[in-house]
Design a binder for this molecule. Structure first.
Ligand code: HEC
Ligand code: HEC
Ligand code: HEC
Ligand code: HEC
Ligand code: HEC
Ligand code: HEC
Length: 419
């Protein structure tokens, strides 16, 4: 008995040690240079500089286009960080071994210079890098750590819906089977009783298919169904004239949102600069691509320049815009404004454009019909919190006890959408 127990205790203890070891790996803290301040103001100031200048390429705890930055004040001296952040190319050219090593590790991808940052800016940046947005290790593990993606919209993901539906179907089938069993047991039981003639006929009746097929009711039902189906698909067909849902033309450069917006988590606004400030979202010019592709010439750091990237260079050299094929296109008679929906309405791009960050080639996700606009305006509540413009309206409206929807501020008026 005792032997058995001690035998069991070995793997038990081993696994506890392993668990503790793994946990400590996950939460392992970097030593932080004591010169880096952990004051709230410094962290907040650093965060806004970081988001404006560094976030396109860096995350704190994950490798992105550049290395994960937390712990950088431990890996290098403060002076080194200052010169690298301000002008990494100069430091690399001077032959600094730390700078050359990291440069080579990242396929000689040059980080842009930030000469405009003051000493204080850089110190604030380091405060944010070391102390800001500390990742919750449990949450990081749940999203799969590196490259983990969190779903965009709340609600029930469609896979779950399918599962729920199939479970429902199985349950229904089971109920059918049980009912069938009960019927057959009852029939058996009843036919063993002494029944009068009418009851006996009722219990022993057989399902007469031919009779049903020949009945008038059946013929009428089937004809109605067929006619309704043909009419419905005909009308649907008419409604889809001019609707380009699913349209996914080939583009002149094999640009992938899945890679840029998905894998590298680039902000949509970095390229589509107009979404929060104007009517149009804008398609980026080749110069925006060149911020990175002046140096990134190939996927996976292969030798030579990829032909797709060469097309960007040709466009810049010849001063010729890249001729992207337009996908979403409302007719001229309709007016749609992005900032109204994104900045004021607080809607996610994905609500209208679908899972862009998973698209290798962009396709039109929504129908873009008038009915689509109107449906959403009928259903969607106004984000009125923190928007003084709406305070009065909300107050007036609250008497009617219904939520304030887009339709209530004129979202169904013809002239709001038609010139
Ligand atoms: C266009 C992409 C890009 C931007 C923007 C960028 N970096 Fe970098 N950064 C890199 C790359 C790539 C490296 C790896 C070294 C190399 O290839 O030069 C790097 C390396 C670093 C390093 C060295 C890290 C280490 O572990 O040794 C620091 C520090 C750093 N960046 C800070 C910043 C800060 C701060 C900003 C914003 C002010 C910034 N970077 C903006 C791409 C970028
Ligand atoms: C690196 C730059 C870049 C980023 C980041 C980016 N896009 Fe794009 N986007 C483009 C380019 C270039 C095109 C035109 C080529 C194409 O359709 O793929 C485009 C096209 C689109 C289109 C179709 C435009 C049309 O012709 O109707 C939509 C919609 C779109 N992007 C949405 C998004 C969303 C949403 C995000 C963020 C999740 C995003 N984009 C991130 C560069 C970018
Ligand atoms: C913030 C940096 C950044 C910007 C801006 C950017 N890209 Fe990229 N792009 C990358 C990275 C990183 C890769 C993948 C490199 C790798 O995996 O080795 C890449 C890969 C690509 C590839 C695949 C190259 C190949 O060899 O197959 C194409 C094509 C591309 N980008 C086009 C564009 C276009 C067009 C734009 C402008 C609309 C753009 N990129 C803007 C960072 C960027
Ligand atoms: C309420 C729905 C809705 C939302 C939210 C939305 N869009 Fe659009 N988007 C549209 C419609 C409609 C068009 C077609 C506009 C036209 O043809 O005038 C469009 C067109 C575009 C285009 C093509 C170029 C242009 O400006 O017409 C791009 C790029 C784009 N959207 C990107 C985005 C990005 C990025 C976001 C999120 C920041 C976003 N959209 C949010 C509905 C939406
Ligand atoms: C996913 C939901 C959604 C869709 C789809 C949508 N909208 Fe909207 N729309 C909103 C919201 C939310 C607002 C309110 C923004 C605010 O708070 O002012 C709004 C406001 C507007 C307004 C201003 C109304 C007013 O009285 O101030 C116009 C105009 C408009 N949308 C046009 C359109 C057009 C045209 C389409 C279709 C091409 C469209 N919208 C599709 C959600 C949507
Ligand atoms: C929320 C925005 C919105 C409102 C409000 C709206 N429309 Fe529209 N309407 C559209 C859009 C977008 C289209 C283009 C749809 C398409 O291309 O399939 C359209 C198309 C139309 C067309 C078809 C034109 C054609 O050539 O096919 C007519 C007619 C029309 N609208 C009339 C009206 C009238 C009348 C009202 C007021 C009762 C109204 N609309 C209110 C957005 C709106």
């Amino acid at each position: 008995m005792t032997i058995k127990r001690s035998l069991l205790s070995v793997p038990l203890r081993l696994s506890t040690w392993l668990l503790v070891f793994l946990l400590s790996m996950g939460t392992q803290a970097f030593a932080v240079n004591p010169d880096v301040s952990d004051s709230e103001e410094a962290i907040a100031a650093g965060k806004s500089i970081f988001n404006a200048n560094c976030r396109t390429c860096h995350r704190l705890d994950q490798k992105n286009i550049g290395p994960a930055l937390r712990g950088v004040s431990d890996r290098h001296s403060i002076e080194w960080n200052k010169s690298f952040i301000r002008n990494s190319q100069a430091l690399i050219a001077s032959g600094d071994p730390e700078a050359v090593a990291i440069y080579n590790e990242f396929n000689q991808l040059a980080m842009p210079s930030h000469e405009f940052l003051s000493d204080e800016d850089v110190m604030n940046l380091l405060s944010y890098i070391e102390y800001g947005d500390k990742a919750d290790p449990a949450a990081a593990a749940a999203t799969g750590g590196e490259g983990g993606q969190v779903g965009v919209d709340g609600g029930i993901p469609s896979e779950y819906l399918t599962i729920i539906l199939s479970v429902l179907v199985v349950v229904l089938l089971l109920i059918l089977v049980v009912l069938g069993l009960i019927i057959s047991i009852l029939t058996k039981y009843l036919s063993n009783q002494n029944l009068d003639e009418v009851d006996a006929e009722y219990v022993n009746q057989k399902f007469d298919f031919k009779k049903i097929l020949r009945s008038d009711a059946f013929v009428i039902i089937i004809t109605t169904l067929v006619v309704a189906f043909v009419a419905k698909s005909g009308i649907d067909q008419l409604y889809t004239i001019g609707v380009q849902q699913g349209y996914a033309p080939a583009q002149p450069i094999a640009f992938s949102h899945q890679l840029h917006a998905g894998q590298y988590e680039m902000e949509c606004q970095y390229c589509h600069t107009g979404v929060e400030i104007g009517k149009s979202a804008n398609i980026p010019s080749a110069n925006i691509c060149m911020n990175c592709h002046a140096h990134i010439q190939n996927v996976g750091g292969k030798e030579g320049i990829s032909p797709e990237i060469q097309k960007i260079y040709n466009a810049v050299d010849n001063n010729q815009p890249i001729e992207w094929v337009r996908i979403h296109n409302l007719p001229d008679l309709a007016y749609f404004n992005h900032s109204q929906h994104v900045a004021v309405g607080g809607l996610e791009c994905q609500t209208c454009h679908g899972p862009i960050e998973e698209m290798e080639v962009v396709y039109q996700h929504s129908s873009l019909t008038m009915g689509w606009c109107i449906d959403c305006h009928r259903q969607t509540e106004i984000k009125s919190q923190g928007n003084e413009y709406y305070d009065k309206l909300v107050q007036l409206h609250s008497e009617s006890k219904n939520a304030l929807k887009v339709k209530d501020i004129g979202g169904l008026e013809c002239a709001k959408c038609h010139y």
